[in-house]
Ligand binder design. Structure first.
Ligand code: SF4
Length: 549
């Protein structure tokens, strides 16, 4: 070797990351220990038999901050603790004695009868709170543990559940809000979602995953398939007809990754098999040592799509999948708002609450209004909106007026359509800033300030507001993404504000928004900032140029 040659780096033996399939069955952190000590699904019996009688003080801490999630329960934030203290307090100092509760509504699909039950439960047990989340769920606040047995009894009596609404489990399966009715749908994914629920939800063998598992099945490219752990998107195979293209390993949060295509085409009746293979690979080979590396995206990144597919096929499916084409990508993101014809000649009516905030009373009124209009079906959307299906043409205007009376606009401004917000400091223990009220204020301000240019905005400009560095409101995929943090204002005070990410998008423009170094906005100046950015875009854009370009 010449003296100038650099020696090859010594081979590093990679430390195991807690993959079960490689023999690491002993828990490597407290979360893994908790799941091994007792299957989280067992916590339901303790809630019904012990905690509902003994009250908050009787709850085992391991259940309270861990296993409760498998039934959609999180402690909510104690009121009055400012965001600057979030990181400095112990979990028990942040815990209120009330809970957030997520109800699992897969595909966002509910009947009007179910919607009425959801609303009435909120009126009785949740101080009339209800948010439509971007996972197509309903989220309540102010829930008491004493009321959970009755809440479950009524939810389950109406065919709904909170099982695996959260936790390291197969969570709600997203689906197109237009499944089965859209004129341009490739295929209706509903039977596949039902089969997934039947085979994989509430099953002990799939209830201890390395981390959460987010999935989607849609015959339309309208469910953000690029950011799911696994997603099935409608596509027509040139020989075999309509089926699904499979994507794995997407996710946001602190290491955002766009999912990778497996290049496989799957017919409707095999979607659940493939879902089972993906979730099994994740369970057995997923990284369990560090929570921050435990999502499936890290495994897919390390292996690549080809190896992932090969392991699925050889070890779990026992057969090769067919190769298939990529799905068509819409020119604009689909948001389901407005009045549109269904393939059966009826209409669907999409309406926009601001950032998903409704109430139990509003849900009850929507159920009544939908029924008056002849509908029995409502769907929640991944953009925190809702759609009433199956409306005869003659009933559309009356429904539009009924929804508007509840603050839900069918002819919504681009801002009302494009703004999303996570739970934020009002209820979330991880939050640093307020989000929902700010979203409300922002929409009102933009609707007034930008009236003069609204007609020229052909697609909603998305503004997503997060209360902390997590990405529950998908900030990296927004035109304008706002990550809550404490910032310094002009007078040197520490105040609520946002780190800005600009130009994110999915579909044609799939990519994450750019974090602009030093680009931070004081929360009170948010409307000024967004107005400036939007006006600059409108003034300088080329014809047909989208924001993300
Ligand atoms: Fe809470 Fe942060 Fe998620 Fe918002 S983004 S809901 S503040 S964890």
């Amino acid at each position: 070797m010449s003296p100038t040659t650099t020696p090859p780096p010594a081979k590093r033996t990679r430390r195991g990351e807690g993959q079960w399939a490689l023999g690491y069955r002993e828990p490597l952190n407290p979360n893994e220990r908790s799941k091994k000590d007792d299957n989280p699904l067992n916590v339901r019996a303790r809630i019904e038999n012990i905690y509902a009688h003994g009250g908050f003080a009787s709850i085992d801490p391991g259940d309270l901050r861990g296993r409760f999630r498998w039934y959609g329960l999180y402690t909510q934030r104690k009121p009055g603790i400012d965001g600057g203290r979030t990181a400095t307090l112990e979990p028990e100092e942040l815990d209120d004695e009330y809970f957030m509760l997520r109800v699992r509504t897969d595909g966002g699909a509910v009947s009007t009868e179910q919607l009425r039950v959801l609303g009435e439960l909120s009126q009785t047990y949740a101080r009339d709170t209800a948010d439509i989340t971007d996972r197509q769920n309903i989220q309540y606040h102010w829930i008491r543990i004493e009321d959970m047995p009755e809440i479950w009894r009524r939810l389950e009596g109406a065919g709904m559940t909170t099982m695996e609404a959260c936790g390291d489990s197969p969570r709600v399966v997203l689906g197109s809000p237009l499944a089965g009715i859209a004129v341009n749908e490739v295929i209706d994914g509903t039977p596949a979602i039902e089969e997934i629920l039947r085979r994989f939800i509430g099953k002990p063998e799939f209830a201890n995953l390395p981390r959460k598992f987010k999935s989607a099945v849609s015959g339309l490219p309208d469910i953000a398939h690029e950011i799911h752990d696994v997603a099935f998107v409608g596509v027509v195979h040139p020989e075999h007809g309509p089926g699904f293209d499979v994507w794995v390993g997407g996710g946001l949060s602190t290491n955002p990754m766009i999912a990778q295509r497996l290049g496989a085409w799957v017919p409707l009746e095999e979607v659940a098999d493939v879902y089972g293979a993906v979730i099994s690979v994740f369970r057995d080979y997923g990284y369990r040592r560090l929570r921050a590396r435990a999502r499936i995206k890290f495994l897919v990144k390390d292996w690549g799509a080809a190896k992932f597919r090969e392991v699925m096929e050889e070890k779990y499916l026992g057969r090769k999948l067919l190769d298939g084409p990529a799905p068509e990508v819409p020119a604009q993101p689909v948001d389901h708002i407005g009045v549109h014809k269904q393939k059966d000649g009826l209409y669907y009516v999409g309406a926009a609450p601001i950032a998903g905030r409704v109430s139990g009373s509003i849900l009850v009124e929507i159920a009544k209004a939908a029924e008056r209009a002849g509908s029995r079906r409502v769907r929640f959307t991944p953009q925190q909106k809702l759609v009433v299906l199956d409306v005869p043409e003659a009933e559309v205007d009356a429904l539009r007026a009924d929804l508007a009376a509840q603050g839900l606009q069918v002819d919504a401004s681009p801002w009302r359509r494009g703004v999303m917000a996570c739970t934020g400091i009002e209820f979330c223990k991880l939050a640093i800033v307020e989000t929902k009220a700010r979203a409300h204020n922002l929409v009102a301000e933009l609707e007034t300030r930008l009236k003069d240019i609204t007609d020229g905005i052909t697609a909603p400009i998305s503004v997503h507001i997060n209360g902390c560095p997590n990405s529950c409101a998908r900030i990296q995929t927004a035109d304008i993404g706002l990550k809550g943090q404490i910032v310094t204002d002009d007078e040197g005070r520490q105040v609520e504000g946002f780190q800005v990410h600009l130009g994110g998008g999915l579909g044609l423009d799939a990519g994450f928004g750019k974090k602009l170094r030093g680009h931070k906005v004081v929360a009170s100046e948010l409307p000024d900032y967004v107005e400036r950015v939007v006006r600059a875009y409108v003034d300088e854009r080329a014809p047909d140029e989208r924001f993300a370009q």
